[in-house]
Design a protein around this ligand. Structure first.
Ligand SMILES: C[S@@+](CC[C@H](N)C(=O)[O-])C[C@H]1O[C@@H](n2cnc3c(N)ncnc32)[C@H](O)[C@@H]1O
Length: 248
């Protein structure tokens, strides 16, 4: 794989990205990552296509990506002032972001991700918290030609759909939506399916193995796969079943 993401993220595709990238079709001219998160699949290759788009509905996350793309040095400098402590974490969590600059917002968000338990941005967890400018610049370099968007998936898909497009989609999983900041409801799962039914391009979609999802996407190419559960249990690592759904 080309490089790691610079953040952890709930539902991040670190463990499955190799398999997902291997399933990409041979020919496509534009690559669109619709539910970007930590972008593990995007970062998995130096370039998926000449034209690439990274999107997420979470505007603090997208502000962080844009700042990483255009101002890595400023991020590093701003970040170097933050101190790992529970009090500062809680202050940052409660702070009113409307008075902050974009760089301050980005640095705050990065701190909350890096200093929280499972990147939840909710509870503090101490861990080594250094940022190396070299690492940041690798991210900047990867994002250099990537268009960064902050749209709801339906509008994004409509804007970028072409015959030669490949969409990779990794929505909040069915029945795990509560882990994300914005609400993703039952009707959003349905809206996603209906949007995908109408596209000209190709799509590859990740989901948890779930009866409702299997039913919703029957008629498409559904591939079962499994990965180790991220959370080790007393019995050791458990397997977790996932689906990869394609329209090709
Ligand atoms: C499972 S995560 C994606 C993880 C990503 N593939 C990775 O490797 O880190 C789902 C993402 O969808 C985003 N999201 C939620 N609702 C959305 C919507 N309506 N449109 C676009 N993105 C949305 C969330 O903010 C979250 O980052």
């Amino acid at each position: 794989m080309y490089m790691n993401s610079f953040i952890a993220w709930i539902g991040g595709k670190k463990l499955l990205r190799k398999q997902i990238i291997e399933m990409f079709p041979d020919n496509f001219e534009r690559y669109i990552e619709v539910f970007g998160g930590a972008g593990w699949v995007l970062f998995g290759k130096e370039q998926h296509a000449k034209f690439e788009v990274f999107n997420d509905y979470n505007s603090e996350l997208v502000n962080l990506y844009k700042s990483m793309k255009y101002h890595p040095k400023a991020i590093e400098e701003e970040y170097s002032w933050t101190i790992q402590s529970r009090e500062i974490f809680n202050d940052m969590l409660d702070s009113n972001i409307s008075g902050l600059t974009e760089i301050q917002r980005a640095s705050r968000y990065l701190f909350l991700i890096k200093s929280s338990f499972s990147a939840s941005r909710r509870t503090f967890a101490t861990r080594p918290n250094n940022l190396s400018i070299k690492e940041l610049e690798k991210v900047t370099n990867r994002l250099k030609k990537v268009v960064i968007e902050n749209k709801d998936f339906q509008n994004l898909i409509k804007v970028y759909d072409r015959n030669d497009a490949l969409f990779y989609l990794d929505p909040p999983y069915h029945k795990t939506e509560k882990y994300y900041d914005n609400v993703f409801s039952e009707s959003d799962h349905l809206r996603l399916k209906e949007t995908l039914d109408g596209i000209k391009g190709k799509f590859i979609l990740s989901y948890n193995d779930d009866e409702y999802i299997r039913n919703l996407y029957k008629g498409y190419n559904i591939i079962e796969t499994e990965r180790n559960n991220n959370i080790a249990t007393q019995k050791g690592k458990e397997k977790y079943k996932e689906l990869i759904i394609k329209n090709y």
